[in-house]
Design a protein around this ligand. Structure first.
Ligand SMILES: *Cc1c(COP(=O)(O)O)cnc(C)c1O
Length: 541
């Protein structure tokens, strides 16, 4: 790249930086944290904006009856520096003061956290809990991130050429960019066109209902319209005001987070006029955070691969023992599975046919370690977790659930498992990055062809697929798809995974090596940063 790289401001509700600081809920935050870390490593001109969550996301534990329950603790921020900068945003007719903190250790890439928890604020609660609410509270949070974020950049004196909205939460920043231009005398149309030229957007969710929208009158009395009229707001996001639609209309280019997801997203938003094109930029991970470098080295040298893996597996087994008291067997196949408890991820799929799964679990042919959280207000998700916890009671020596899924658990599981199971209903998994962590640690992916996996999978060579890429649209009902995928899962498990593990260690090790070597370059954050700058931030015309 020889063009000068544009200074870019990256807006995101969550950042997964450190396991202990719950400023993240899941994949979106992990991605944002890895992105910032990568930008720092490779000296990209990126500025991050997020919220300083007082509590952040839930600590979710399991009670005696196997029910998940939520608790929150105040984050202990040991890594923040006061910038001395404060900005104001009017929310519900009240001035809210926002203090700007800088996360230290991000060196060349400043990461700022915006904070309303100040004695002078009646609305100190706004930056309390991440995704705690859906209505006015969520809008207030998004106003702090978007409108407050742009004002913070101005007050800090950063010159910004590109504004990147990572998910629709940040879209009110676009309204502030329009307002700035209208305050200088531009018409709405001209201000909007100029703004579009500066904004890029990443969409993350292929589920229609997962794309947030708000009643327009609510946005108006909250002040989220930022001076724009009802009609101008309709022009941008429709009524109700859809955050994703608005972001698609306020950006010059958008992206989805895997190639298959780009196809899905373009179909999903086909009927929206005046929107940006959605290209595919596949997610990636920050290797120093997730990958055991000894595994990379071992795969390069094709030596000590199994020995290194067994060390990681023993570490995981010790971790499981410490957390749950269960003693897993290092000689038996260990399946890892950690996901948010959303129905489309089908956490319980593998248990569906007891006649098949029961003997495997009773004889200890397979052991499964689960982890994951349900959203605090999602009872369906909590039932999913309760179901898994029931399985741990039924098969106490071979099924384990690790409560309070976080970055530490994510790292232990994607290093120490033998295989990484992933069985979403295609095409609802946008990308998935846990599979990349696993792949580079020599933990073999065993997955539906969804998200990133169709781009990496070479069946029987660097991992396994099941389901042959069949999707929801190929069947009349979800149940038919589930049956199809279940049969395929068992077939590959019984005929390929288990025999290879127990009878052909040489092939298994070969597959581990192929898994690492075929993923470590393409799915590392370096490639992702290059693509974002090349295809999104630099203007190519
Ligand atoms: C990697 C990671 C994720 C994202 O992984 P998915 O494959 O999208 O589920 C979410 N949460 C934690 C704690 C992680 O480490």
């Amino acid at each position: 790249m020889n063009k000068k790289l544009p200074n870019t401001a990256y807006f995101c509700m969550e950042y997964g930086i450190d396991s202990k600081i719950k400023t993240y809920a899941g994949g979106l935050g992990i991605l944002a944290g890895d992105y910032m870390k990568g930008a720092h490593d490779y000296h990209y001109p990126l500025i991050g904006l997020g919220l300083k969550w007082k509590q952040g996301y839930t600590d979710q534990r399991i009670d005696e009856e196997g029910n998940p329950y939520d608790s929150y603790h105040n984050n202990d921020y040991h890594c923040l520096e006061d910038t001395g900068v404060k900005v104001n945003v009017k929310i519900r007719e009240r001035d809210v003061v926002i203090k700007v903190w800088k996360v230290v250790n991000y060196g060349v890439c400043p990461l700022y956290f915006l904070d309303t928890d100040l004695p002078e604020n009646e609305d100190a609660w706004i930056t309390g809990q991440l995704y705690g609410w859906f209505g006015e509270e969520r809008i207030a949070q998004e106003m702090v991130l978007g409108i407050g974020g742009v004002r913070a950049l101005r007050a800090l004196g950063h010159e910004v050429e590109v504004y990147h909205f990572n998910e629709g939460h940040a879209v009110f920043a676009g309204l502030e960019l329009i307002k700035e231009k209208m305050d200088k005398g531009l018409s709405f149309i001209n201000a909007k066109c100029k703004t579009i030229d500066e904004v890029v957007f990443t969409t993350h969710t292929p589920i229609v209902q997962g794309n947030e929208s708000h009643p327009l009158h609510r946005l108006m009395y909250m002040g989220a319209n930022n001076g724009l009229t009802f009609e101008q707001m309709v022009d941008i996001g429709g009524a109700p005001f859809n955050m994703t639609v608005a972001a698609l209309r306020l950006s010059r280019i958008s992206n989805a987070v895997a190639q298959l997801h780009a196809e899905t997203a373009n179909k999903m938003w086909m009927h929206i006029d005046n929107r940006s094109e959605i290209i595919g930029i596949t997610n990636a991970i920050h290797m120093p955070t997730w990958v055991d470098e000894n595994m990379i080295k071992a795969a390069e040298e094709k030596s000590q691969v199994w020995e290194n893996h067994m060390k990681n597996k023993h570490d995981l087994i010790a971790f499981v023992k410490e957390r749950t008291g269960v003693a897993l067997d290092a000689d038996k196949l260990l399946i890892g599975f950690s996901r948010r408890a959303a129905p489309y991820k089908r956490s319980n799929l593998i248990f569906t046919d007891t006649e098949i799964i029961e003997p495997l679990l009773r004889e200890g042919k397979i052991q499964i370690v689960f982890s994951g959280k349900a959203h605090p207000l999602d009872d369906t998700g909590k039932d999913i977790i309760k179901n898994i916890v029931n399985m741990t009671k039924k098969y106490p020596n071979s099924v384990v659930f690790l409560e309070n899924y976080d970055m530490t658990i994510g790292k232990m599981l994607t290093r120490g498992s033998d295989i990484w199971l992933n069985n979403p209903r295609r095409p609802l998994e946008a990308s998935g990055t846990s599979g990349m962590k696993a792949a580079m640690n020599g933990v073999i992916n065993f997955s539906i062809l969804d998200g990133w996996w169709p781009e990496a999978c070479n069946h029987g060579v660097n991992g396994w697929q099941f389901g042959d890429g069949k999707a929801l649209e190929d069947f009349q009902t979800e149940e038919e798809l589930d049956n199809h995928d279940l049969k395929a899962l068992y077939h590959v498990l019984l005929n390929e995974v288990i025999p290879t593990y127990y009878n052909n260690k040489a092939k298994w090790v070969e597959m581990m090596i192929n898994s690492i070597n075929s993923t470590k370059d393409y799915f590392s954050v370096k490639r992702m940063l290059e693509e974002y700058f090349e295809k999104m931030y630099i203007k190519n015309n």
